[in-house]
Design a protein around this ligand. Structure first.
Ligand code: C5P
Length: 193
């Protein structure tokens, strides 16, 4: 059985939590595609070479979740050759036997336009910054500035910009608890399975 769930949206909208819960609920494999760009960003050196030579060890680094890694990821993510180098791996993952859920920015638009389910998970910048701040701490205003900067870079790049696919269902989680957001995503997938 091949079944692809594409979950896109801006930073800290709840994509990761929803994707893990959906994978768990339906027994699908999960790929956090942001981790690929984060690993390329923190590896340093030539980003195209880093993307082409990405290893499982690069993806297991414990510094991938920092604000700095997020910024580094969005800077290398504007480079078309970096995106191209990561494409085949993501496409193969999406069509693996047993079903897959991928979360990122361009899964429904570029990686898997034929995905059976497309969700665009979003929330206001303030709500997203607050959630990220609860994870990373520090100065909340700085976290909000970082969220806005990354949104702008991701939405305005020429190659695979962040936007909902024409046939994506938009899930705004601003006023939802995480349990409510997960339940809404699961209900939607059940109607399409
Ligand atoms: O989702 P996460 O915050 O880990 O993504 C980090 C950065 O990687 C994003 O801000 C974006 O620039 C880039 N990215 C992307 N395409 C994806 C996933 C992530 O461009 N499919």
């Amino acid at each position: 059985m091949r079944f692809t769930v594409a979950i896109d949206g801006p930073a800290a909208a709840g994509k990761g939590t929803i994707s893990r819960a959906v994978a768990d609920r339906f027994g699908f494999a999960h790929l956090d595609t942001g981790a690929l760009y984060r690993a390329v960003g923190v590896k340093g050196g030539d980003p195209v070479a880093a993307a082409r030579g990405l290893t499982p060890e690069d993806l297991a680094r414990d510094d991938l979740r920092t604000l700095e890694a997020g910024q580094a990821a969005s800077r290398v993510a504007v480079i078309p050759e970096v995106r191209q180098a990561l494409l085949d791996f993501q496409r193969a993952f999406a069509r693996r036997e047993g079903g897959a859920v991928l979360d990122g920015r361009d899964i429904g638009t570029v990686i898997c336009p034929e995905a059976e389910v497309k969700l665009f998970v979003t929330a206001s910048p303030e709500v997203r910054a607050h959630r990220r701040w609860l994870e990373v701490g520090g100065d909340e205003a700085r976290v909000l500035a970082e969220v806005r900067e990354r949104d702008a870079r991701d939405m305005n790049r020429a190659d695979a910009p962040l936007k909902p696919a024409a046939d994506a269902v938009v899930l705004d989680t601003s006023e939802m608890t995480i349990d409510e957001a997960v339940a809404a995503a699961v209900r939607h997938i059940e109607t399409l399975r």
